[in-house]
Design a binder for this molecule. Structure first.
Ligand SMILES: [Zn+2]
Length: 81
């Protein structure tokens, strides 16, 4: 199931000395798992208002992942649990 990251907020990366063509954003706030095909959020909340990023749900560490989405997708569950 291809889950992408859907963030409640987004944060613009501060521009450095090199000018960018367009601003780049990174996920901020709580991150939910959204089904890339059906646009359904794993924990059942409305996808409207979420910022969907073209990043795999499992990519990245230290993100504030929604615990209900983690539970629903089984991501991060200890292997011996
Ligand atoms: Zn969620």
């Amino acid at each position: 199931m291809p889950y992408k990251q859907a963030a409640e907020h987004r944060q613009e990366l501060p521009s450095r000395s090199v000018p960018r063509r367009r601003p780049q954003f990174i996920p901020a706030g709580r991150i939910h798992a959204i089904n890339a095909d059906t646009r359904e959020v794993a924990c059942g909340i409305n996808a409207a208002g979420l910022y969907v990023f073209d990043r795999d749900w499992t990519a990245g560490i230290g993100l504030n992942r929604c615990s209900a989405c983690v539970e629903a997708t089984g991501y991060g569950r200890p292997p011996d649990a």
